[in-house]
Design a protein around this ligand. Sequence first.
Ligand SMILES: C[S@@+](CC[C@H](N)C(=O)[O-])C[C@H]1O[C@@H](n2cnc3c(N)ncnc32)[C@H](O)[C@@H]1O
Length: 192
Amino acid sequence: MKRQKQDYYYWEAKKKGYRSRAAFKLLQMNRAFKLIKQGSWVLDLGAAPGGWSQVAVDLGANVVAVDVNFMKPIEGVTFIQGDITKEETIEKIREVRDYYDTVICDASPKITGKWTIDHLLSVDLAKAAFNIAKQFLKQNGNFVVKIFQGEEIQRLFNEFKPHFRFKKFHSPKASRKRSAEVYFIGKGFKKI
Ligand SMILES: C[S@@+](CC[C@H](N)C(=O)[O-])C[C@H]1O[C@@H](n2cnc3c(N)ncnc32)[C@H](O)[C@@H]1O
């Protein structure tokens, strides 16, 4: 709590009515990489409490948000409560819509504090997000997913990269300096 109170983005989020400081990470990445446009259909995985969904709505997108935990309603957002690693959740997403322009995933595992375990759990979530992105992204669509750094990151990059015209890892300014997280940015999805 003390760290939160000293944090610039924590107070900015309060001031601007965002539910999380993470909202600024998506704003910064969108400014740099143009991932979401007016009228885009966005699938937000690991969405609660809803900061990224709020940003996507503000950018003029239609949003479908998924989280294993409940998320308070946001106007313009269809919420699905479910685990992104489960087939039944994928079916629920399909019931809403078959194709999306952008899939974003900020899902985090429950942190154990052990670097390698947290890394591997986050790799599993990133793979689940990619499995969903492959099924739902339109040709040329965009994908953003959080990963905690570690030894599997290059293998994951190799798995993702043939599917995108543009691909890189990125650390937005709003990520905490000592954070292990990075975001994979993939643009120009190729159905292969
Ligand atoms: C860092 S928070 C996301 C913050 C969000 N981007 C925002 O701006 O408010 C990570 C979320 O991932 C969710 N999550 C973790 N594992 C999940 C899973 N297997 N399926 C769906 N959601 C998951 C957690 O419940 C948590 O709400």
